[in-house]
Design a protein. Structure first.
Length: 292
C-alpha cells in the first residue's frame, strides 16, 4: 500500500500519499522470523532465501488478518479515537459480514503458506492462531496487552528455526523469542503513548497508561533484558563477532530511542516506533555476517 513517511497530526484530514512502502507493523512481524531463519543456517552459509520469501508472504497475510480481527473486535472503540475513526469498519464503509469473508480469504492464503512447511512447523504455526484472535481483547482486561502482542508477534522466532531444522532448539529459540517479546514491549509501549488520552476516555488499557511518567525506566529494563537474551541465544548457537557487534548497535539504537523519546508528542512516538525496523534489520545483518 502507498503510505506517508509519518502519520498526519491527530484529527487532521487524510493526507495525499506517494510511493510504495511496507507498513512498519509488517516489518516488525517479519523480522523475528528472519532472525530465526538466519541463526538456523549452517556456518558459512547464507540464510535460506526460499524460506525468507515464504515467511515474507506469510507475514503480510497474517499481519493483514490480525488487522482485520483487531478492527472487528474494536470497531466501536475505533469510532471514538481520532487516529482510528477512519478505519473501514469504524467508518461504516464495509459490513461485519464483508470483513468476515475477507478474513476467511486472508487466513486461507496464510494456511497455504503454512502447509509448505514441515509437520512440526505446521502444528507450531497453527498454535499461534489463538493468540492472534484473542490479543485485541486484552486491552479490555489488562494493562499489559503489549505483552500479549509480544507473545503473538514473535512466534516467528520459534517457527523460522523449526522450518529449517524440523524442530526447535529451545536453548536458542526461547532466548530469541523472549528477546523479541521484550522488544515488542518497547516499541508498542511507545506506540500506545499516541492514544493515551483517548484510551483514558473510552476505558481501554495499555502499558503506556500503566507506566505513565516512569515509561523510560521500564523501556530501559526491557531493552536490557532483550540484549542479554540475544547474547544468550548467540552463545548457544556459537555466533561470532559480527553478531555481537550488531547486538551492541541494537543497544545503542535503543538507548538513543529511549533517551530522546517525548511521550507527550504523538508525532515523536510514531517516529520512534517506526525506527524499530532499523533494529530488526541491524540484527539480521549481524546474524548473516556472523554465520559467514
Amino acid at each position: 500500500p502507498a503510505c506517508p513517511a509519518a502519520p498526519p497530526p491527530l484529527g487532521s484530514p487524510p493526507q495525499p500519499t506517494r510511493g510504495f512502502c511496507v507498513p512498519p507493523w509488517t516489518w516488525l512481524l517479519y523480522l523475528p522470523c528472519t532472525w530465526s531463519i538466519g541463526l538456523a543456517a549452517e556456518p558459512g552459509c547464507l540464510p535460506d532465501w526460499h524460506m525468507l520469501s515464504l515467511f515474507g508472504v506469510g507475514a503480510v497475510l497474517m499481519r493483514g488478518a490480525g488487522c482485520t480481527i483487531n478492527d472487528m473486535w474494536d470497531r466501536d472503540y475505533d469510532k471514538k479515537v481520532a487516529r482510528t475513526a477512519s478505519r473501514p469498519l469504524a467508518a461504516g464503509d464495509i459490513s461485519t459480514f464483508q470483513s468476515l469473508v475477507f478474513l476467511g480469504g486472508q487466513l486461507s492464503l496464510a494456511l497455504c503458506v503454512l502447509l509448505c512447511l514441515n509437520y512440526y512447523s505446521i502444528i507450531l504455526g497453527a498454535a499461534s492462531l489463538s493468540l492472534v484472535i484473542t490479543y485485541p481483547l486484552m486491552k479490555r482486561v489488562t494493562y499489559w496487552p503489549q505483552l500479549v502482542l509480544g507473545l503473538t508477534f514473535n512466534w516467528g522466532a520459534l517457527l523460522g528455526w523449526s522450518a529449517i531444522k524440523g524442530s526447535c532448539e529451545w536453548s536458542v529459540c526461547l532466548p530469541l523469542y523472549f528477546a523479541g517479546v521484550m522488544w515488542t514491549l518497547v516499541y508498542d509501549t511507545i506506540y500506545a503513548h499516541q492514544d493515551k488520552k483517548d484510551d483514558i476516555i473510552i476505558g481501554v488499557k495499555s502499558t503506556a497508561l500503566q507506566f505513565k511518567e516512569d515509561t523510560k525506566q521500564w523501556l530501559s529494563g526491557f531493552s536490557l533484558a532483550m540484549l542479554l537474551s540475544l547474547c544468550m541465544a548467540g552463545m548457544n548457537c556459537n555466533q561470532t563477532f559480527p553478531y555481537y557487534s550488531a547486538v551492541a548497535a541494537v543497544g545503542a539504537h535503543l538507548a538513543q530511542q529511549i533517551y530522546t523519546l517525548d511521550i507527550d508528542k504523538p508525532e515523536d512516538c510514531w517516529k520512534k516506533f517506526a525506527s524499530n525496523r532499523t533494529i530488526g534489520v541491524l540484527l539480521f545483518t549481524g546474524i548473516v555476517l556472523g554465520n559467514l
